[in-house]
Write a protein that binds this ligand. Sequence first.
Ligand code: NDP
Ligand code: GUE
Ligand code: MG
Length: 290
Amino acid sequence: MTLRIDGKLLADEIVEEVSKEVADFTAKYDVVPGLAVVLVGADPASSVYVRNKVKRAVQAGLNSIEHYLPADVDQKTLDDLISSLNQDDSVHGILVQLPLPSHLSENRIIEAISPEKDVDGFHPQNVGKLSTGQQSLIPCTPLGCMIMLERQLGDLSGKKAVVVGRSNIVGKPMASLLLKANCTVTIVHSRTKDIEATCAEADILIAAVGQPKLITESWVKPGAVVIDVGINAIEVDGKRTLVGDVDYDSVLSKVSAITPVPGGVGPMTIACLMKNTLTAAQHQLSASLD
Ligand SMILES: NC(=O)C1=CN([C@@H]2O[C@H](COP(=O)(O)OP(=O)(O)OC[C@H]3O[C@@H](n4cnc5c(N)ncnc54)[C@H](OP(=O)(O)O)[C@@H]3O)[C@@H](O)[C@H]2O)C=CC1
Ligand SMILES: Nc1nc(=O)c2c([nH]1)NC[C@@H]1CN(c3ccc(C(=O)N[C@@H](CCC(=O)O)C(=O)O)cc3)C=[N+]21
Ligand SMILES: [Mg+2]
């Protein structure tokens, strides 16, 4: 029997745990952890994300602040906003929704965010710490994937893990975390030769490609655990639906466990964002008190 890993249910549990810790934190410091999200332009996929995030922040007892900027905003205005959020003591986490319009520099914005408030874990200081095994804020999507994998498999030591995709926001940090958990890690991407055969050797297959249903039955090893990060909007009979990077129905009977889309990695990403905001606030407050 294949297990459908319920990311929504697990996210509910995590947000519930975070809300208890937030209550303790607020009682101790008389401060409500605050998360600021900056959205440039009106990308519909990003709007869903921001809406879900606001809902979860309320459940977790966090203060959520949204900044909506027009698509043609200039770099200076964005830089100034980041610097005011960095200085604002009521803001403990800052997330700038990516991708940004092409006239803006993503690297410059990511580097402008105070590493202590970088709840996405994208700042070079946090990236460097993750890859050298130091404590840091960990990117939400890979963190959510690790929580699901460890729930499913327990110790990951010695497992063969294949990550499909090498982006800075998913693929690379995913590989770092799997390596830290003692997996044998392979990253494959658009230039990989024999990608299908490599994937078919994986005990753990992570799909973070952005190609609807790319991964089919012949790509998976019998009994593998498959984590589908992909969120692709496609038209079916004139209706917009979401599908992953994995052809769910095709692989279902072959694998031991798989995450659905929607209801898999997406909700876990948001739950981990709440967790990271609490962690960031805890570090900021304890550092400023001792
Ligand atoms: N569930 C969630 O919380 C989140 C979901 N997502 C979703 O995850 C997916 C990936 O996102 P992201 O990492 O930002 O995407 P990017 O587009 O930044 O990266 C995609 C990666 O996949 C590789 N790739 C593309 N096509 C192929 C192919 N045909 N065969 C092999 N490799 C391929 C690319 O290779 P190359 O480097 O060679 O170009 C690249 O490394 C998207 O669907 C996105 O919407 C993203 C973030 C969070
Ligand atoms: N700085 C930054 N950090 C991010 O973490 C980030 C980002 N930019 N840009 C965009 C991607 C995408 N992403 C999603 C997270 C959750 C859902 C989500 O909640 N999905 C639900 C609902 C989807 C729906 O109904 O449309 C689900 O999969 O069940 C989707 C997408 C975070 N990203
Ligand atoms: Mg990208």
